[in-house]
Design a protein around this ligand. Structure first.
Ligand code: BG6
Ligand code: MG
Length: 217
């Protein structure tokens, strides 16, 4: 039986995964490093600094720590211009209904986001009241695919990870959920999220009834 559902933010609750991609793409172009959506799958869910390292490695480029700091800040400045106008209209279709359904069933919810921008984003989306706890990048040592962020979410709700469901759009995120010993719901392409227990293309395809049915299988 499900006691908690732990949500990723970017690409699950709202389409900020697209903004992260566009901001990284711009940066990669500036650095002369080829980047496409297929490579971007490896960046989803991964922290800012680690993402930059992956892009640099991909392009065979070496930068000093100082230069990396400069580019990471530049990417974030670009990303922040995208998120400044976010409103509740930017919630992905169906996700709020799913969150409400869960809360109404007496199941707890948490947010587990690798983003340092998570708090302002959920505030602008006006979904704080549907989240019992929030774990963001500032509170964890090891980023996804390490399970720490999901374990911490479960801890903060006093729920055993075995009774938690994690919802993710990222390969690294699905790996983190599985490593935490939770049931993993993937949102996106089946090929990219093959490690998930259940994959839907869009949040509108989520329902508590179907989730329960699958957990009983
Ligand atoms: C994750 C995103 O939620 O947060 C990644 O999926 C992003 O794409 C990471 O790199 C870190 O975000 P931020 O806002 O701290 O740069
Ligand atoms: Mg995500």
């Amino acid at each position: 039986q499900i006691q908690a559902v732990i949500f990723d933010l970017d690409g699950v609750i709202t389409d900020t995964a697209e903004y992260h991609y566009l901001a990284w793409k711009q940066l990669a172009d500036d650095l002369g490093i080829p980047m496409d959506r297929s490579f971007n799958e490896q960046l989803k869910g991964v922290g800012r600094k680690e993402s930059l390292d992956k892009i640099l490695e991909h392009g065979g480029k070496h930068l000093t720590e100082e230069e990396k700091e400069f580019y990471a800040t530049k990417k974030n400045e670009h990303y922040k211009t995208f998120i400044q106008d976010i409103t509740p209209d930017d919630l992905l279709p169906g996700i709020l209904d799913f969150m409400k359904e869960i809360k109404e069933a007496g199941i707890q919810t948490a947010l587990a986001s690798a983003s340092k921008n998570a708090k302002p984003v959920i505030k602008r989306l006006e979904v704080e009241q549907y989240l019992d706890t929030v774990v963001d990048a500032a509170q964890v040592t090891n980023g996804k695919p390490d399970p720490e962020i999901f374990i911490k979410g479960a801890d903060q709700l006093s729920v055993d990870p075995a009774y938690c469901v994690g919802v993710e759009d990222a390969q690294a995120g699905v790996q983190a959920i599985k490593a935490a010993g939770m049931y993993a719901v993937g949102i996106g392409a089946e090929e990219a999220l093959s490690q998930a227990d259940w994959v839907v293309q869009q949040p509108s395809q989520l329902s508590l009834e179907e989730l329960k049915r699958r957990l009983e299988m």
